[in-house]
Design a protein around this ligand. Sequence first.
Ligand code: FRU
Length: 489
Amino acid sequence: TEVDMPYRPTIHFTPTTGFMNDPNGLVFDGTQYHLYYQYNPFAPYAGHVHWGHATSPDLLHWTDQPIALDETGAGEAFTGCAVMDSHNASGLFRTPQGGMVALYTRASPHAQAQYLATSYDNGQTFEEYARNPVLDISSNSFRDPQVCFHKPTGRWVMVVAKSRLHQIAFYASIDLVHWVHLSDFGPSGLFGVDYECPNLIEVAVEGGGTRWMLFVSVNPGAPTGGSITQYFVGQFDGTRFIPDNTVIGLTDFAKDAYALQVYSNMPDAEAVSIAWLGNWQYAQELPTQSWRGAMTLPRTMVLRRDFTGGLRLAQTPRGLDTLRDTPLACPAGRLAAGESRQVSLPQGRAVELCMSVTVDERPHGLKLGDKGRTGRFIITFGNEGGEKLTIGFDAFSGQLWLDRSNLAGFAQPFFTGQFSTALAPDDRHFEIRIVLDACTLEIFADGGLAVGTALVFPASPLEFLRLEASGAGATIGSLNLYPLRKTMP
Ligand code: FRU
């Protein structure tokens, strides 16, 4: 509807109508990328869960496809995965080159079990396996299977959440149909109420080698409130996941990236993820009316040894440079203390701001106790109505913050406004990429080690970008503001 127009992202996937949550069945079929998703086609609220479907040649331009899995008498079609059974290990295909297999949870109020479906037309339509469920432990909190092929043992490995037990169960299979229990992981890290949407993947370490990562979504129970995806770095020996240490990582310092899922069957084992750009605390109350829910941009994931010596996840938006239009005139250079610079934003378009900034040493004459109050660099997306979305860097403490509390389009007790994270200590210098696309904001700092994902609802469109050096001067080393070409109809 008209009223929803300003909030509809132009490069992030959203459903035309209805309610969307988790990404499902993320798989590359050799030609196209598939994005299935938790979908209520009937209303902009969670319920009657189907698998919606879209396809893309590049993970950025999406074409809507017919619903892939319906709600049935056995229950709703909850979260799951898709894999390419390229050698017909399942024996369910008529040709040796096999096809796509989906594994997902059927959920009724009393039971959750894992189901299998095959697709003979590259993921357009699915046929449910006749002897479903393929995995049933008589539980009502057993869901969200994700499957990867484990080369060293030559078998498929499934991770699936025993949600209320705060455990991730590991199973193995040679045919995707018969599953043998291997081990349980957890409780570990954040406790919360439910463990959901586990994902296991081998990820490249910058500088060489690989490490296994286990992602576990927790809801509610995030430090920032509600839903969050945590991760563990370690080793998978074919039976058990052994974390390197007791440290958990969080994929986001804000609160709107949940149920992260990784792509299966990626060429060169590239690790790429998409998360739901939302949080269960307010997902069903967002001020859009005909549709609710968006996906994050696809993100490339690598592990990087950070300044503390630990391995941390770095996420960067994948392929975004292909959408860049001519950058808007927006000069780099110096800003004296208290000085600011302002440019207008193109309307109805997503923008990407890439910049590197060095804040000056504190001015001479200031006493030690004063230095905490000097040297902030403030990035504001604002409008004449006084609404503003702020991203700031405090050079003294090396912290980055994000403040959406001065936007008037949505108020709800859990829709909290301010988030912050610490960047690597780097001599008052920071680098940042910010993507603002209607009601979505994604921030990537420290080369992807610090990621903040947030829904943003200004009551009126944001009209300008202001850069301000506060308390100390700053040098903007590089600055590019790109309008991004629309990818969604
Ligand atoms: C996570 C989740 C999953 C479940 C699905 C239902 O957001 O609760 O555990 O399968 O959503 O839509």
